[in-house]
Design a protein around this ligand. Structure first.
Ligand SMILES: *Cc1c(COP(=O)(O)O)cnc(C)c1O
Length: 420
């Protein structure tokens, strides 16, 4: 059957979606559709909106930059917004990250990280170090390379022939380090590992699975001991989501490579960055042009996106962002507390501003029918929540107040109560 629109939506089964609401505007934690109704954005529009939609300073920065310099090739030329963002990132990121490579999505930031790691070892005279290690249940994006390092499943089964092999480190279930550190030690001691890539403290698309800072610190220690590079994918966790600017801070870990995207522009424009240590940059620094870091996209460091990111960094320095995060974290804890003893749910959990809880059902996993049913029920009642299978999670923008938070949890209670 033909649909009225030619648009093919992401992660959307059109045969099961009757109609796609048209969003016309956004403000703070609210979206407005063309029929005049409002939707509470409980997931920060897929984890990107940090301060709130249409933050006036970010909007103004975009408008101002668009009139001055819209786009310019970034190979061999530079511009002030990019220089300011790079300097701001180096200052805010964990110590030791000294160089910033721009791209335009989280997936690309991860691809760049993997290429930097391989480039580093080749140019350091150790081409045998070419294997990548990744965590069980990981998600790092939807391009071929990032799917390769991500968990295999229904999302990427069709593309399996294109994916490369990686070493898989078990997820520290129940927060216990033993199996994870043991497997990492064994894998690293082979001498063929280039890098371990991790989502620090919380695996997002894998189901909002938490693990303690001590485990991250231990993984970093083992990598360091064996000379294996540590890549921290902070595409979701960055910009305050977990309570600190970057999740790595909570473990006192400085990765060799750091990937940021989503909240880098406050969620207003697509922009990403991959930060690397002096050592990694140095390995590529040579009069031998074969050592060039061969990567680019047309819109690398687009000035309008960089202006949005600069405004975001300014907001972090001049507004009480961490205080808002502390407040939201408390609101989230209070609202979540009654669910701890609610027999309909299990694994009720929180990390900073993010909460998650699993609905007890026989049929679990991402394709469980319950996911789309819950989604539809929340949408009908004006709240945007997009469960991962039977896992309901919330990741609201930092401007959400008590009224919005209680609305979200009242609705979770109501909708799950109405399930047959
Ligand atoms: C969203 C996400 C990505 C991919 O980012 P895109 O901008 O969607 O390409 C990568 N890693 C993690 C941890 C993410 O949550």
């Amino acid at each position: 059957m033909r649909r009225p629109s030619p648009v093919w939506h992401p992660f959307t089964q059109h045969a099961l979606l009757a109609d796609v609401p048209v969003v016309v505007s956004a403000d703070g934690c609210w979206l407005e559709t063309n029929d005049g109704s409002r939707l509470l954005d409980g997931i920060s529009s897929w984890w990107v909106t940090t301060h709130g939609h249409c933050h006036p300073r970010i909007v103004a920065a975009i408008a101002e930059q668009a009139q001055r310099l819209d786009q310019v090739i970034f190979a061999g030329l530079t511009h002030e917004p990019a220089e300011a963002v790079a300097a701001g990132l180096v200052e805010m990121a964990p110590a030791g990250l000294a160089h910033v490579f721009f791209s335009d999505s989280g997936s690309t930031a991860v691809e760049v990280a993997l290429k930097m790691a391989l480039g580093f070892w080749l140019h350091s005279g150790k081409p045998a170090r070419r294997r990548i290690l990744a965590m069980e249940h990981a998600y790092h994006g939807d391009t071929i390379g990032t799917m390769s390092v991500g968990a295999r499943g229904v999302f990427n089964a069709a593309y399996e022939p294109l994916l490369f092999e990686v070493g898989r480190i078990p997820f520290p279930a129940d927060g216990s380090i033993g199996a994870t550190s043991g497997a990492l030690e064994v894998a690293c001691s082979g001498g063929d590992v280039a890098a371990l890539i991790v989502e620090p403290l919380i695996l997002g698309a894998g189901g909002m699975l938490l693990y303690p800072p001590a485990v991250l610190a231990e993984m970093a220690r083992i990598c360091r001991k064996h000379g294996v590079l540590l890549i921290a994918d902070e595409v979701m966790t960055g910009w305050g989501r977990t309570g600190t600017v970057f999740a790595c801070e909570q473990a006192g870990v400085s990765p060799d490579i750091l990937c940021v995207a989503k909240g880098l522009t406050g969620g207003a424009m697509p922009l990403a960055a991959t930060l690397a240590t002096e050592e990694i940059f140095e390995a590529h620094f040579s009069t031998d042009r074969r050592r060039t870091f061969f990567h680019s996209s047309s819109y690398t460091a687009n000035p309008i996106a960089c202006a949005a990111a600069r405004a975001n960094i300014d907001i972090w320095h001049s507004e009480p962002v961490l205080e808002r995060i502390v407040r939201l974290t408390e609101l989230q804890s209070e609202a979540l507390a009654p669910f701890q003893s609610d027999a309909r749910f299990s694994s009720v959990r929180q990390l900073g501003t993010i909460t998650a809880l699993d609905v007890k059902v026989a049929d679990q996993g991402y394709l469980a029918d319950i996911g789309p049913r819950l989604y539809a029920a929340f949408m009908e009642r004006g709240v945007l929540l997009r469960p991962l299978g039977n896992t309901i999670y919330t990741m609201p923008p930092y401007c959400c107040g008590e009224a919005e938070i209680s609305r979200i949890y009242n609705l979770i209670d109501e909708v799950v109560g109405a399930l047959d």
